[in-house]
Design a protein around this ligand. Structure first.
Ligand code: FES
Length: 91
């Protein structure tokens, strides 16, 4: 069932499927940042919290390199609304 597997959503924020991730890896993207720039996977509101590990595992599996040698890329904090009073120090 490889076709069904390719339809699985890996990045829920940007609606990127496993098939799309595999396609970018096959085109030469071998880091999370390269896949992020090519597909927007990892650029959603959670900033890759929901998909980074899956993408890293797929890079590892597809390219046959150990998971700990896969470049995890740059990590940014998730996008969350912050009340202005919190920034201003008002209680
Ligand atoms: S699940 Fe990929 S950025 Fe949120």
């Amino acid at each position: 069932m490889p076709d069904k597997e390719n339809c699985v959503i890996v990045c829920r924020c940007e609606e990127i499927t496993l098939g799309q991730i595999r396609e970018w890896i096959d085109r030469g993207c071998d880091t999370v940042d390269e896949i992020k720039r090519a597909s927007r996977a990892g650029m959603g509101p959670c900033q890759g919290r929901g998909c980074r590990d899956i993408i890293m595992r797929e890079i590892s599996k597809r390219l046959g390199i150990p998971l700990d040698q896969v470049d995890a890329g740059s990590v940014r904090p998730p996008v969350k609304p912050v009340k202005i009073g919190l920034l201003a120090g008002d209680e």
